[in-house]
Design a protein around this ligand. Structure first.
Ligand code: PEP
Ligand code: MG
Length: 583
């Protein structure tokens, strides 16, 4: 019995779940723990032998071509691979795993070779590099066993916790919530769109764990704690029992918070806060409504692209928007135009020219480059504006020219619709995301040309602190508490207030109760948050006074570092919650 292993990663989507692992290695193979019928053992052993023979042929081919190009010295690497593959002890273990333990050959290969690799990995010298050779052999054997077939995530049909090297936002968006109880990845950072989608789908998730897939096999029990960012492999009975209680407690708490559904987000001193939901898919509207939202403050429409194999038509856009608008029964719906690019790409390949995709052709820049696509979307948004309180929002505006160009395209599309007698709201409010330091610095200019602003703190943090929001290596620097971020937030809200223009914060920050008092104190009166966060944020709004919040914001703004601010805000929240418990 292997010992329990507790891994610390980055908590990105709350919730605790206990289930069976489905391991997707970096090549995307699914290796579940499966057993072979006794009657099929001979056939499966033959399949294993064929895969070994084919892998040996591949290695020989590689050896011969390297020999021809670079000479015998380099070709010797492949001789070493061959020796490992044919190692008598390894072969005997594989055969015994299938014959005596009735393991599926794929499972036998994965389990056995990973165990060998682990032994090398744990050596503290240059020999540890040999682990990579063993992984190579494992991959080659698996490829040959599976006949190159990569079962996709879409084929998941029973409850599992997905453990992967990485998941792209579009892979995440396509996960089937009925079966995927949670996921954990070796890569990924706190503000990545994979994380955001997980929260939208309400799938508990932990990212940025570093290498751990070698320690786990498909079918093994796993605990995923999305609140603390923990993944527990080979959990013991006591730990499982503890987490079962936690799952139960979370259910009870959710039922309690449910009572707030029809109550307003109003502070103790009578200030009404608009609490709206962030969605990626129309289906999430139900989750927002059932928790008592005041509208949709951010609809990330790019997921229409990321979940479809073809370019969405105007009717695809329109159908999605109508679904949201009609469900909201007159409450506001802020539709953000496509924010594709950076980590939200339809393919995983990055073109040569996009070496720095976060600073590249993304968001409004991409829409302005691809006018037919942009116009199609704007037509659909405008048509939907005839059916409810629709507002349009442009992402990542960084210059006034972009804003004006986007507005010009919008005006042009309006003329088109008017000419054809198609109904739309000519006064549909137009807003911009404030996501770059440039937008904040120049906000006094921008503000004269928009009807509302929405501060995207996920990107604002990334661009202010020069920290990739999706990179675990710099996750410690990605911090909403950084005084530089707080100052930009304060300026954004001050400029908007002075101009009498409504301001919203729709980054993940507004969905965390740690920041609610700070944000209210900075003057924010509209928060747009993931559906799952609505009850808790509402509860905090209803438990504080704006006067107190102002004091908290002022003190936070005087501090020098993110650590100090974070500790202070944590303490304020702790006090608030413990006062509630006592009351
Ligand atoms: C943000 O950047 O804060 C935001 C809300 O947009 P996204 O997370 O989609 O980039
Ligand atoms: Mg953004």
């Amino acid at each position: 019995m292997r010992p329990m292993l507790k891994l610390q990663g980055i908590a990105v989507s709350a919730g605790v779940t206990i289930g069976e692992a489905l391991v997707l290695d970096s090549e995307g193979f699914r290796i579940p723990r499966r057993f072979v019928e006794r009657s099929a053992v001979d056939t499966e052993l033959k399949r294993l032998a064929n895969a070994v023979a084919e892998t040996a042929r591949e290695i020989e081919r590689n050896r011969d071509s390297i020999h021809a190009e670079l000479g015998g010295q380099y070709a010797a690497i492949f001789d070493a691979h061959l020796a490992m593959l044919h190692d008598e002890r390894l072969q005997a273990e594989l055969v015994s795993a299938v014959r005596d333990r009735n393991w599926w050959p794929e499972y036998a290969v994965s389990r056995t070779l990973r165990r060998y690799a682990k032994v090398f990995q744990n050596l503290d010298n240059h020999i540890s590099q040999r682990a990579h050779d063993i992984y190579d052999i494992e991959k080659s054997l698996l490829r040959n066993l599976l006949g190159q077939r990569r079962e996709t995530l879409a084929a998941i049909s029973q409850p599992v916790i997905v453990l992967a090297h990485n998941l792209t936002p579009s892979e995440t968006a396509n996960l089937d919530r009925r079966f995927v109880q949670g996921f954990a990845t070796e890569l990924g950072g706190p503000g990545s769109h994979t994380a955001i989608v997980a929260e939208g789908l309400e799938i508990p998730a932990v990212v940025g764990l570093g290498p751990f897939l070698a320690d786990v096999s498909g079918g093994e029990p796993v605990i995923l704690d999305g609140n603390q960012g923990l993944v527990i492999l080979q959990p013991d009975e006591e730990t499982i029992a503890h987490y079962r209680l936690e799952v139960e407690a979370a259910r009870t708490e959710a039922v309690k918070l449910d009572r707030l559904r029809d109550l307003p987000a109003e502070t103790l001193d009578g200030v009404r806060v608009q609490l709206t939901g962030n969605i990626e898919f129309p289906s999430e509207v139900e989750q927002c409504l059932s928790r008592g939202c005041d509208g949709i403050g951010l609809y990330r429409t790019e997921f229409l692209y990321l979940t479809s194999r073809r370019e969405p038509t105007e009717e695809d856009h329109f159908a999605a928007y109508v679904e949201v608008v009609q469900a909201m029964l007159g409450k506001p719906v802020v539709i953000r135009t496509l924010d594709l690019g950076a980590d939200k790409m339809r393919t995983e390949t990055t073109s040569e020219e996009e070496r720095n995709p976060c600073l590249g052709l993304r968001s409004i820049r991409l829409s302005l480059r691809q006018l037919p696509m942009f116009r199609t979307q704007l037509r659909a948004i405008l048509r939907a504006s005839a059916l409810g309180d629709v507002r349009v929002l442009f992402p990542l505006v960084s210059t006034i020219v972009e804003l004006r160009q986007a507005r010009m395209v919008l005006a042009d599309v309006m003329e088109d619709l008017a000419e054809h007698g198609i109904a739309f709201n000519r006064s549909m409010p137009v807003g911009m995301m404030v996501e770059t330091p440039a937008a904040v610095v120049l906000l006094d200019k921008f503000i004269k040309e928009v009807d509302f602003i929405s501060v995207g703190t996920n990107d604002l943090i990334q661009y202010t602190l020069a920290v990739d929001r999706g990179n675990k290596e710099v996750a410690g620097l990605y911090n909403a508490c950084d005084p530089a971020v707080l100052r930009l937030l304060r300026r954004s809200l001050d400029v908007a207030r002075e101009a009498g223009v409504p301001a919203n914060v729709c980054g993940q920050m507004s969905g965390s109760v740690m920041y609610t008092q700070l944000l209210l104190g900075l003057g924010l009166r509209q928060l747009s948050v993931p559906a799952i966060a609505i009850p808790e944020v509402k509860q905090v709004c209803r438990s504080v006074s704006v006067a107190e919040c102002r004091g908290i914001a002022e003190r936070a703004l005087e501090m020098d570092g993110a650590g100090e601010v974070k500790a202070f805000l944590r303490e304020q929240l702790r006090r608030l919650l413990s006062a509630q418990t006592v009351a």
